[in-house]
Design a protein around this ligand. Sequence first.
Ligand code: PXP
Length: 253
Amino acid sequence: MPAPPLRLGVNVDHVATLRNARGGERPDPVRAALLAIEAGADGITAHLREDRRHIRDSDMARLKAEISKPLNFEMAATDDMMRISLATKPHAVCLVPERRQELTTEGGLDVVGQHNVLAPFIARLNDAGIRVSLFIAADPRQIETAAKLRAPVIELHTGAWCDAVVDGHSDKAEAEWQRIVAGAALARSAGLEVHAGHGLDYETAEKISALPEIAELNIGYFMIGEALFVGLAETVRTMRAAMDRGRRLAPPI
Ligand code: PXP
């Protein structure tokens, strides 16, 4: 079977970061989402953090109401977020770890350690017809446990790999890359749909697009930064082209 099509999810969190720097309404992350979709994004991702540092509750509601492509609602596994996600009814929920002091989502969710808390949480979302994705490191124990938790999707955390590439630490980059390659294959063989994200830029997105197990990339920070210079539509088109170049190298699955 040829490698399946690869979707691009654009994360609009950092449009909201910029807006919140002045506390008003502009720039509007929903406008960015609509523009990204027009330019070729297959879906929109937004993370409603506990401290509401970027996306607000009203952004999530407006994204759900206004965009024509799937909404991927990133959140921590808390009662408050359960309530909001059930009310929002997004296409997907991606469960992520959250610590207030972190600058970004620094590690994967520990699905091994939190198995007993996550199992009923995931079951409720499954029952509501929301596709659950678990944001985890490419670690065999985490992947095997994710499969047992009955979440249909995992998203592999690519942050450590991308940081090592950008920092020029080639040994570390290669080791992290091999973990991702092995993790994607293991997850797929366990019946999981595999997504990936965090820290991706044109170069790393092109490379990871050649892994046939990966069905979706979720990319935000780099693209919103790049959009300052060339515009968001151009950034989405350039990212799409990088992913398509990578995908052409993917072996059949
Ligand atoms: N996927 C998940 C689960 C994330 O938490 C994030 C960051 O919010 C991303 C993808 C996108 O990462 P980046 O903004 O570094 O591209």
